[in-house]
Design a protein around this ligand. Structure first.
Ligand code: ARG
Length: 462
């Protein structure tokens, strides 16, 4: 037999133990306990402030809740499945500590507005932590970029060598993604930070509560204007999961590149021992487990976003127990994003090394400078499309002759078109190819140096 439930007076018999377990959320919503206590303390203060309970009662509730917090922190209070959920667990322990006055805490409140409040308080903190982690990731990207403005790396389209780029430019692309993630979370935060407390079960309350008073105490920016909406809205969770999913997209794309770069086919980076693992059977192997795990964990965050959307789509107003399912989606996504950001930041900071020799060779061994030959002719009056066709033929003959463009003799160039002169050789060196792309936002070294200055300003580091 399970212990009697808080709501059991209306019931003839006790809950089936398996159903009690099925119904209970304490195993995961215990994560919210400190937020539940903080929310309840604000509610108790408001009850006293508005005269719904006496000042002494308000203080007893507040202090009793503080004791529950301390007991929890010291490991003395560990609620089990009988508590059903964290809200009942805290209220029950409070009542054991302060006696009958504890039973007044739930005046003018429902678990529906309570759980919404707790979840928002939790998510608010987590969003700020994730934003700080994004900043850490950005800082590492800028640090590496700064040292590699003039390091060249093949740039790809269709995973075919296209044009060489500055390695710094490549890394700063991820900086920009992280910047949008950071801004997106700021925006999500503004809708997380609205108080549903005081919406009651669904319709408000008969007591003269002061919702703005609790909202102020809890540092919410505003209160929900409609009680039905306040207790049943989970848009803020969907938005967070969406922002979390986009962060994972970015981390996963970088992971994929790191995995490719570490392969024997690319050999652009070496993984250091602190961030790579071996195989149990193939002694020569060094595996990129960290980026692989980040790429793999992306799936679960996308899954939680999908789950949350499906949970919501058919729900009639207002609260439905389906909403209890939001917590595991949120908690697991928060934990996954934080773990992945931490691992990726460490990996970049100390887990990999670019192989400069190999990169320098990689940017000279192909036809990634062909566009520059076309640009060379176009700059000398040949219409671009015509120049493009000429260079297409040059590439074709060079491939047939087993030569790169840089190996053609000046006479060969001039046979192709009289506009070619001795300066063609300088124009097609990888360095010049990169330097010349000085259009705003391009990979030209001047642009990249300015982008680095801007990046430092954006993250507020000198
Ligand atoms: N554990 C519940 C949840 O997470 C709390 C709210 C319960 N409300 C109710 N009317 N049964 O959603």
């Amino acid at each position: 037999m399970t212990e009697k439930q808080t709501w059991s007076q209306r019931f003839e018999s006790a809950l089936h133990p398996a159903i009690a377990r099925f119904n209970a959320s304490i195993s995961f919503d215990i994560e919210l306990i400190e937020y539940d206590i903080t929310g309840s303390q604000a509610h108790a203060k408001m009850l006293a402030h508005t005269g719904i309970i006496s000042r002494a009662e308000g203080e007893a509730l507040f202090n009793g809740l503080e004791q529950v917090r301390q007991e929890y922190r010291q490991g003395q209070f560990q609620p089990g499945v009988d508590a059903e959920d964290v809200h009942f667990a805290v209220e029950k322990r409070l009542t054991e500590i302060v006696g009958d006055v504890g039973k007044k805490l739930h005046t003018a409140r429902s678990r529906n507005d309570q759980v919404g409040t707790d979840t928002r308080l939790y998510l608010r903190d987590q969003i700020q932590q994730i934003r700080q982690q994004l900043r850490d990731w950005q800082t590492v990207l800028v640090d590496i970029a700064e040292k590699n403005v003039e390091t060249l790396i093949p740039g790809y389209t269709h995973l075919q060598r296209a044009q060489p780029v500055s390695l710094a430019h490549h890394l700063l692309a991820y900086f920009q993604m992280a910047q949008r993630d950071w801004e997106r979370l700021e925006d999500v935060y503004s809708r997380v930070n609205i108080s549903p407390l005081g919406c009651g079960a669904l319709a408000g309350t008969t007591f003269p509560i002061d919702r703005h008073y609790t909202a102020n105490l809890l540092h919410f920016d505003n209160v929900y204007a409609n009680s039905l909406d306040g207790v049943s809205d989970r848009d803020f969770a969907i938005e967070f999961l969406c922002a979390a999913s986009i962060i994972m997209v970015h981390l996963s794309r970088l992971s994929e590149e790191i995995i490719l770069w570490a392969s024997e086919e690319f050999r652009f980076i070496t993984l250091k021992d602190s961030c790579a693992t071996g195989s149990s059977i193939m002694p020569q192997k060094k595996n990129p487990d960290v980026p692989e795990l980040v790429r793999g964990k992306t799936g679960r965050v996308f899954g939680h976003l999908q789950a949350m959307l499906v949970i919501m789509k058919g729900l009639p107003l207002a609260y439905n127990k389906d909403l209890q399912e939001d917590k595991e989606c949120i908690f697991d996504s928060v934990n996954t994003v934080k773990a992945c950001l931490e691992a990726m930041t460490i990996l970049l900071q100390e887990g990999l090394e670019f192989r400069h020799q190999r990169l320098a060779t990689a940017v000279t061994e192909d036809f990634a400078n062909a566009t520059d030959v076309a640009d060379y002719l176009a700059a000398r009056g040949v219409p671009f499309r015509e120049a493009y066709n000429i260079v297409g033929k040059v590439v074709k003959t060079s491939i047939a002759a087993g030569k790169l463009l840089k190996d053609l003799q000046l006479e060969e160039w001039q046979q192709i078109h009289p506009a070619f002169a001795a300066d063609i050789y300088e124009a097609i060196t990888p360095r010049q190819v990169v330097a010349a792309r000085n259009s705003y936002g391009g990979t030209g070294f001047e642009q990249v140096r300015q982008a680095l200055v801007n990046a430092r300003t954006q993250i507020g580091v000198k």
